[in-house]
Design a protein around this ligand. Structure first.
Ligand code: HSE
Length: 440
């Protein structure tokens, strides 16, 4: 690769693509000084060049992706178009030509990562994907290099900015989910169709990538238990607050002593003293627990034009200087070179729980509830009941000690079958810091 000039082809010029163009243009001198490389944007592949011509005068816009990728003057292909079908085919094309690919496409990597990394290896090239997780936070770099000396035991992250904006609004303003979503859409934080984000899938795709690197395992989206935030009731946010917790959508990966992984994304009660409880709005944060380092927190803007472009340009630099290719060749941490994850069935997950039951305000109800929990070996940690108003039903809120998910599911089935309970009851999980790190 020439030191003087490195030819780039950008696939897609939406929000993030525009940010990459801006950094490469505005910071050309800084980049040249730091790494001795001048990036040359040779082609920008878009669907409708007329739409972009006014915003980016002078940019080499084209609709011909194949010719752009194949151009011998293009040395790096940057895929920022999103989606999996067309993007996947173009990434393959670039890799087959031996051209390194920089991508922000977590859906593509979560669904076809092992295959694409193997293809890159076969053609003696590499894939760089810092922008796929955590926006501008250099978490991929940290997991691949900075933390490489650590056996990582847990990774707990807020990795979806949209959900965090919605949950922050619900918590601070006492809003419903629908109200908070509408506001997030109005402010441009949530998409018109927010399904991928609010269902938890976006976070699961990021967790698949991060957990793969953290635990040296091949993790697919299907390995992850996923629950979104779209069913969350403001009452649970209020009760959680009363109990000293904040509800966050967490992506959690943990390794047990036998090397089995639990992988999950769900709304979670986080104690207000946990650093993750303080992460609000569109910010992301990822807590990593390494055996040597202990707890480390990676915090920053998890989405948006310039933060994500910052990560993509960092990848461009890694590729242009050859460090990405070297790491790819030497480190056995990428999904094509890792063994499939040994995933603990979700029913065997050990967790603490938060329950909100709707119970008739009659004698003996609490005894029935605690009996059903006790029958399944579940021990109570706290109980909170408000006095009834005019309704004959009252909310009963319970937190538990550690119990298996399967036991909790069976206990809840028994509780919801009680004539004194109006089901379905709400069950959320409570997270504690890994024990070995909890006391400082
Ligand atoms: N939609 C994502 C989020 C950003 O809200 O965090 C892109 O990964």
């Amino acid at each position: 690769m020439s030191e003087a000039s490195t030819g780039i082809c950008l696939l897609g010029c939406g929000i993030v693509g525009g940010g990459v163009v801006k950094i490469l243009t505005d910071q050309a001198e800084l980049l040249r000084q730091r790494i001795g490389v001048r990036f040359d944007i040779r082609h920008v592949v878009v669907r409708d060049p007329k739409k972009h011509a006014a915003t980016y005068p002078g940019l080499p816009l084209t609709t011909d992706a194949h010719a752009a990728i194949d151009d011998p003057k293009v040395q790096i292909v940057v895929e920022l178009m999103g989606g999996t079908t067309a993007a996947g085919a173009l990434v393959e094309r670039a890799l087959k030509l031996g051209k390194p690919v920089v991508t922000a496409n977590k859906s593509l990597l979560a669904s076809r990562g092992p295959e694409l990394f193997a293809l890159a290896r076969k053609h003696n090239t590499a894939i760089a994907f810092e922008a796929s997780c955590g926006g501008g936070i250099p978490i991929i770099d940290a997991l691949s290099r900075g933390l490489v000396a650590n056996r990582i035991d847990a990774l707990v992250g807020i990795v979806n900015g949209t959900c965090n904006v919605i949950l922050t609004r619900m918590t601070r303003n006492g809003w419903s989910y629908a109200q908070a979503l509408q506001e997030a859409q109005k402010l441009g934080f949530a998409e018109a169709d927010p399904t991928l984000d609010v269902s938890g899938r976006d976070a699961a795709q990021k967790l698949a990538i991060l957990a793969g690197l953290a635990f040296n395992a091949r993790v697919s989206e299907a390995d992850i238990h996923v629950e979104g935030i779209d069913k969350l009731h403001p009452a649970d946010i209020q009760f959680a607050t009363d109990l000293g917790y904040v509800i966050k959508l967490l992506a959690i990966g943990e390794r047990d002593a036998e090397g089995r992984l639990t992988l999950r994304v769900h709304p979670t009660l986080v104690h207000k003293t946990d650093v993750l409880a303080e992460v609000s709005g569109s910010f992301n944060a990822i807590s990593i627990y390494g055996h040597a380092l202990g707890h480390a927190l990676f915090y920053g803007r998890g989405a948006g034009q310039m933060p994500t472009a910052s990560a993509a340009v960092a990848d461009l630099v890694g590729v242009a200087t050859g460090t990405t290719q070297l790491a790819f060749k030497r480190l056995n941490i990428y999904p094509d070179s890792a063994a499939p994850a040994k995933v603990l069935p979700f029913e065997q997950l050990q967790s603490r729980y938060y329950l909100r039951l709707t119970a008739r305000d009659v004698p003996g109800v609490l005894a029935q509830i605690t009996h059903a929990l006790g029958e399944h070996g579940i021990s109570l940690s706290a109980v909170l009941q408000r006095e009834a108003d005019e309704s004959q039903y009252v909310p009963v809120v319970i937190t538990t000690h550690l119990a298996r998910q399967g036991a909790m599911r069976a206990a809840l089935q028994a509780i919801d079958a009680l004539p004194t309970i109006q089901g379905p009851s709400v069950c959320l999980r409570v997270i504690d810091q890994p024990k070995e790190f909890a006391n400082g």
